[in-house]
Design a protein around this ligand. Structure first.
Ligand code: ZN
Length: 234
């Protein structure tokens, strides 16, 4: 193969990879928007590039209704843009801190889902109230302390409050979730929002009994095997 042919092959491969990552972010973002978890200009969706300190992420001031895969931004963990056009969301630091601290996290979604924000504004965590939460989220969903959006400090508070789970409520702000693939990450975002609504509704009826840890061990074990993104404790 000549040098020209080799270069052509390399570029074709790169283009294919670029399209694959753009599509993952685009489809994830559309699902988040279609289900009402974020509105125009809110939140962000990202995927990590395999074996690289890079990600693809929705752009700043994203309009989910009109966005196309070409709007998705390719950026490295230092914040250098590797694609032309749109600028990355200012909250990309949140995603960077996650990917750097959790090797198994491949996708992340930050959204402004209504019932999740109600809990985040009140500073109340979402307890473990159904088994499905154990399997997909890994337990209860904690709330961070407040930190300004777009700051590294917020990223650090998020990782700390997440603990072993794949979701966290960001104080006075919104929801942040991650997973090993986009389908599961979208599922976690939808599940947290649904359970936040269920929890707030159930509270109106009386007191709540969260599921005790010994009752959910089977599901937590399955979570650890299939969905966990936090590093295992030695
Ligand atoms: Zn936000």
């Amino acid at each position: 193969m000549s040098a020209d042919e080799k270069e052509k092959k390399r570029l074709e491969k790169q283009k294919k990879r670029d399209k694959k990552y753009r599509d993952i972010v685009y489809k994830g973002a559309k699902r988040v928007y279609d289900r009402g978890l974020s509105q125009m200009g809110e939140g962000n969706v990202s995927v990590r590039v395999k074996r690289k300190n890079e990600m693809y992420i929705t752009p700043s001031q994203n309009d989910y209704a009109t966005m196309t895969p070409e709007d998705v931004v390719h950026i490295d963990f230092n914040g250098e843009h590797l694609s032309k056009g749109r600028r990355a969301s200012s909250e990309f630091l949140l995603h960077k801190v996650l990917y750097e601290s959790r090797k198994k996290a491949k996708c992340a979604i930050h959204c402004h889902a209504k019932h999740a924000i109600m809990l985040a504004v009140a500073g109340k965590k979402l307890p473990l109230i159904i088994e499905e939460m154990a399997f997909f989220i890994g337990g209860e969903v904690n709330v961070t302390d407040y930190a300004a959006s777009g700051s590294v400090e917020l990223g650090e508070k998020v990782i700390e409050a997440m603990g072993d789970a794949n979701a966290v409520l960001i104080r006075n702000h919104g929801l942040f979730v991650c997973g090993r693939d986009m389908d599961t990450t979208v599922k976690v975002a939808l599940l947290v929002e649904k359970m936040a609504e269920v929890y707030l509704g159930a509270l109106q009826l009386g007191s709540i009994d969260p599921l005790p840890p010994e009752k959910t061990k089977k599901w937590i074990d399955m979570f650890n095997a299939l969905n966990r993104t936090a590093p295992r404790k030695k």
